[in-house]
Design a binder for this molecule. Structure first.
Ligand SMILES: Nc1nc2c(ncn2[C@@H]2O[C@H](COP(=O)(O)OP(=O)(O)O)[C@@H](O)[C@H]2O)c(=O)[nH]1
Ligand SMILES: [Mg+2]
Length: 337
């Protein structure tokens, strides 16, 4: 069974289902991929206790500082440490493992509302996911990864090359399509993005495609032009079927830290987002920004990007993400054979 997408007939299955806990991700464990963020965030927890049997205020302040450095933001860092302080007092926490557990619970409570409900296939038409986001964040790559996942779970997938602003963007998607054996609907550089989207939807419907993934531009001549174009793509798709696009996802680069919050604001205002994909968690120490996203927006987090290859995509599972953020339970002095 594919990790991301359950197999089944059109209309009967859900379009994404997290992996069974015992399935190893193809692109290396999330724990390994989040090492930089984890070390930045909580690498120091065990040392907080060194020569100090009581978890005191200065230790809590240190955790707060680490959260800020990992770009969790002031509001969420304060909130997490306030909860933790309360736990420490109530449960008289005085050892690293108990602190780790409490921290895990506080973080999971924060992130759980961002776990997305499984997507459903409409059954009588393609499911349409439109991807938006600023230039270079990983929209095209994330769509290619999604295409690979759907293909591997036996679904018919199609890609729409609606970033017509740059010739290289069309080529990039076509290259992915060739590599994955997935059809790409494209027109020439400079073509009307909304027209490409409309054609792609018609083609997807005619070919009984299960999922149409719509790539879009991250840059136009001005910011206003970009938002207007995205609104138009959405509107024109809606003429084919008022329920389309089913999903509008914003891709953000975790390495952009707190800047992603204003990106969410701007795109949400323009095209009414239904979900987020957070990329490049493998290369950054700023993965704490997911905590800030959860606190501020509460939009569903669909997928995490953890590398450049087709396998480096994981559905967001709050508890799994928290486990990957925290230092391993046995790394803090427990004797292991
Ligand atoms: N390390 C890493 N690189 C990524 C990830 N996602 C995308 N990239 C890289 O980021 C760059 C920009 O990606 P692209 O999909 O073209 O961004 P777009 O402009 O938003 O479409 C490419 O070099 C991708 O290989 C990720 O999760 N991790
Ligand atoms: Mg692109």
């Amino acid at each position: 069974m594919n990790r991301f997408f359950s197999r089944g007939k059109r209309g009967e299955d859900s379009a994404d289902k997290p992996a069974a806990a015992d399935e190893k991700p193809a692109g290396g464990g999330l724990f390994a991929r989040l090492s930089r963020t984890r070390e930045g965030l909580f690498g120091g927890i065990s040392t907080l206790f060194r020569g100090n049997n009581v978890l005191d205020e200065s230790a809590l302040e240190e955790i707060e500082d680490q959260l800020l450095v990992a770009d969790a933001g002031v509001a969420v860092s304060t909130r997490i440490v306030d909860h933790l302080r309360e736990q420490v007092r109530k449960r008289r926490i005085s050892d690293p493992d108990a602190l780790r557990d409490s921290l895990g619970t506080v973080l999971a409570d924060l992130l759980l509302p961002c776990e997305a409900a499984p997507l459903e296939f409409p059954g009588d038409r393609p499911l349409v996911i439109m991807m938006v986001g600023v230039n270079g964040v990983g929209k095209t790559t994330t769509l290619a990864k999604l295409a690979a996942g759907y293909r591997d779970s036996g679904h018919r997938v199609m890609l729409a090359a609606c970033d017509t602003f740059r010739a290289a963007a069309i080529e990039q998607l076509q290259n992915w399509g060739e590599r994955l054996g997935v059809p790409v609907i494209a027109q020439s550089h400079g073509a009307d993005a909304a027209a490409v989207a409309f054609d792609a939807y018609e083609a997807a419907r005619a070919r009984k495609t299960d999922v149409l993934l719509v790539d879009t531009a991250g840059r136009q001549h001005t910011h206003g032009d970009l938002m207007e174009q995205l609104r138009k793509v959405k509107r024109v798709l809606g003429k084919a079927d008022p329920a389309v696009p089913d999903e509008v996802w914003l891709t953000v680069d975790a390495g952009n830290g707190q800047n992603v919050l204003s990106q969410v604001d701007q795109f949400h205002q323009a095209v009414n987002l239904t979900g987020l994909c957070v990329t490049k968690l493998d290369g950054t120490a700023k993965g704490g920004v997911i905590l800030a996203l959860a606190e501020k927006h509460g939009l569903p987090i669909r997928y995490l990007g953890t590398g450049e290859s087709a396998a480096d995509l994981r559905p967001f599972v709050a508890r799994e993400f928290v486990e990957a953020l925290l230092p391993p339970a046995d790394s803090q002095g427990a004797a292991t054979g």
